[in-house]
Each structure stands twice: as structure tokens, then as C-alpha cells.
Design a binder for this molecule. Structure first.
Ligand SMILES: *Cc1c(COP(=O)(O)O)cnc(C)c1O
Length: 378
């Protein structure tokens, strides 16, 4: 095949809505309202509607969103925050940055997410918050996590950077969007995320009026009334140009999720008989929006598959090659007896294939054919 294959095709996606995006960007430039302009307020309201959440607080990126969320909880240095060791560094970094103590825990070997059993074992009298990460596009089991957290007065911050648009179903049949279930939810609009800006951007969600007021204030220099600063905050804004772009793309988010789900279903079917790998497991109470399509490769063949794909010119990702507890920056937070065998195993065996909104059968056929040819060449 002589078409170029992308891990994420932001260029192809843009070309399919170029006039709308260009128009939205030009409107901002012509208005001159680059900071907190009407496009920001409009996007905030549209996202609140889409997520059915009371408050969206736009901010500069997903890492800031996590940091501001933690700052709003009024925690003290040394307070413990439970976080999965199998995640992007940002989730734990902000905990350490605020002089809180990250307590790294394992994840479920099939869904790659935190479970209530793992959460429960990590609780101590110092536990003040937990950050479930909805990894690769499906929700952690929020109902059981929320129940346990309430029992122990622990705040729940959902790191929803990878699962925006996923639906979680409670045991009573009620649906809620990922990121709107915990006390606070955070997301990233990094360009390659499911709802991606053309630069950095992020947002925070909450249904609490009190937390929303605090989050908004922290993101704006701790400022209530102009030039009156009630608390130490930071400067974290969503700029109007990014808001305009996100406003256009939000209209297509449902379509984007469907396109990703269709690509995933194609791969699933193509790999149904490959017993040297495990295709993604669906959590029974969450939809999966496939930020990544991640295979678990058995018997140590992951690195051989990497070489095989590389030779065939097919891009791939390994999320994540190193667990948090092996990162030099986190050394001082690693207890001597820390043993997270699932995280360890996943870092050795996961590989993510290209998945995005512009895939077609030719591309999917080609990629899955190459993957399946792994033991036929050589
Ligand atoms: C992308 C991501 C972040 C950070 O978002 P940025 O916008 O890059 O700061 C945090 N957590 C997870 C799980 C992510 O995937």
C-alpha cells in the first residue's frame, strides 16, 4: 500500500471540515477577543450541554486541569493521593508538585483501569483523594469507586483525558458521561486526544457549585473580584482560537467516537483467531471511545511485533513503556516493598495500533494483515 499511515490523522480530519474551522478561527482574529472571548464562553456552554454537567471550567491543558482540581480540595502536604502506576506521568506529577504523596497502585490486567479492590487496599488514615484514570477510552468502575470513596471521605478526581464522550452505566440503568461522576473530572484537548485542539487546551468538570467557584478562581490567579486575590492560584486559560476550533469539533465528537469504535470492531474481528494476543477487553458498564486500540501481546513477542511493524512502515505506540515507580523523578515515592505485577507485565506486553477518525477499510486491512503476518515472514 502506498498511502501514508498515521497513528492519528489530524491533517486528514482538518481537510474534511476546513471551511468551518477556518471561518471560526478568522472570526476570533477579526473580533480581537483572544482571551475569554465569546468563543470560550460558547464552547464552555456547549460542552456543559454535551456532558450534561453543571460546570465546565476551561483551562490551558490537561496537566493544569489535574493540578487545579487538586488545589481546590484544600489538601495538606503529606496527604495521600492514590494513583494508578500505569498512566501518563501528568496524573502523578501534579500530586508530587503540590507536596502531596502519590500512592501508586496496580490496575486490572484486562481493562487497564483502577478497580475498587485495589483502591480499598491502598486506603490509609492519610488518604484524601483518588485519581482513577479512564485509560485508553473506557471508564473505570465509577459506581463502586464512588461508593467506597464516600464511605471514607475521599475525594475522587477522574482523569478523563483519554475517555471524553464515553458513557458509564450505573446499576440502576442511569447513564452518565465519563468525567462527570467524581467530585471533579479533568480532560485534555491535546491535539491527538479524542477531542483535540490545534495546540494545548484542557478543561475541568464538576457538578458542585462550591468547587466550581473555587476552581475558576484558582485558574485565574486566585482572583474573585478583579485585582483582589483571595488565594494563591495560577494562570491557566483556554485561548479563544482553541475554543473556536474545539467548538467546531465538539459537534463531531459523537461521529468521531463512532468512527473509532468501527475501526476497533474491524481490528477485533481481524484478530479473533490470533491466540498470541489479547484484543481490548470491554468493561461491562462503560462504552469504549478507543483513544487507543491496545493489544496485549503474549509470550514476550511484543518487541518482535514492534520491529515487524516498523519494518512495514506502520506506526504504533507503546503506552506506557515505563511504570511510574521506575521513573527517576518518582524514586522517593516508591516504598521498598512496592510490588505491582500487573503494571510490570503491561509495560512489557502492550502495543497500540493506529486508530483515528479517518480510517477506511483499505488501511485497516493493510494494518491487520501486516500484524497477522508476524509469524509468516522472517
Ligand atoms: C494527555 C494526558 C494528560 C495531560 O494532558 P496535557 O494536555 O498534555 O497536559 C493527563 N493524563 C492523561 C491520562 C493523559 O492521557
Amino acid at each position: 500500500m502506498n498511502r501514508q499511515i498515521h497513528m492519528v490523522d489530524v491533517g486528514g480530519q482538518y481537510r474534511n471540515m476546513k471551511s468551518e474551522i477556518d471561518q471560526a478561527v478568522i472570526e476570533v482574529i477579526e473580533s480581537g477577543q483572544f482571551i475569554n472571548g465569546p468563543k470560550v464562553k460558547r464552547f464552555q456552554a456547549d460542552l456543559e450541554n454535551f456532558l450534561e454537567v453543571k460546570h465546565v471550567i476551561p483551562c490551558a491543558n490537561g496537566t493544569d486541569a489535574l493540578q487545579i482540581a487538586l488545589m481546590a480540595l484544600g489538601l495538606e502536604p503529606g496527604d495521600e493521593v492514590i494513583v494508578p502506576a500505569f498512566t501518563y506521568v501528568a496524573t502523578a506529577e501534579v500530586i508530587a508538585l503540590l507536596q502531596l504523596t502519590p500512592i501508586m497502585v496496580d490496575v486490572d490486567p484486562n481493562t487497564f483501569n483502577l478497580t475498587v479492590e485495589i483502591f480499598e487496599k491502598a486506603i490509609t488514615p492519610k488518604t484524601k483523594a483518588v485519581v482513577p484514570v479512564h485509560l485508553f477510552g473506557q471508564c473505570s468502575d465509577m459506581e463502586s469507586i464512588m461508593d467506597l470513596a464516600k464511605k471514607h471521605n475521599i475525594y475522587v478526581i477522574e482523569d478523563n483525558a483519554q475517555a471524553i464522550g464515553a458513557d458509564y452505566t450505573f446499576s440502576n440503568g442511569k447513564n452518565q458521561k465519563s468525567g462527570t461522576i467524581g467530585d471533579i473530572g479533568t480532560t485534555s484537548f491535546y491535539p491527538s486526544k479524542n477531542l483535540g485542539a490545534y495546540g494545548d487546551a484542557g478543561a475541568i468538570f464538576t457538578n458542585s457549585d462550591e468547587l466550581a467557584a473555587k476552581l475558576r478562581m484558582i485558574a485565574n490567579h486566585g482572583q474573585g473580584q478583579r485585582y483582589h486575590h483571595k488565594m494563591i492560584g495560577c494562570n491557566s486559560r483556554l485561548d479563544s482560537i482553541q475554543a473556536a476550533i474545539l467548538g467546531v469539533k465538539l459537534k463531531y465528537l459523537k461521529k468521531y467516537s463512532n468512527a473509532r469504535q468501527e475501526a476497533a470492531a474491524f481490528y477485533d474481528k481481524a484478530f479473533a483467531d490470533e491466540d498470541w494476543m489479547q484484543i481490548p477487553t470491554r468493561q461491562h458498564n462503560s462504552t469504549h471511545v478507543f483513544h487507543q486500540y491496545t493489544l496485549k501481546i503474549k509470550d514476550g513477542y511484543r518487541d518482535a511485533l514492534k520491529d515487524h511493524l516498523f519494518a512495514a512502515g506502520i506506526p504504533f505506540g507503546v503506552f506506557y513503556p515505563l511504570p511510574l515507580y521506575e521513573q527517576e523523578a518518582f524514586k522517593k515515592f516508591v516504598p521498598d516493598d512496592l510490588d505491582l505485577p500487573v503494571t510490570e507485565m503491561l509495560c512489557q506486553s502492550v502495543i497500540s495500533l493506529p486508530i483515528h477518525t479517518e480510517m477506511d477499510e483499505e488501511i485497516l486491512n493493510h494494518i491487520s494483515g501486516v500484524v497477522k503476518g508476524m509469524f509468516k515472514t522472517a
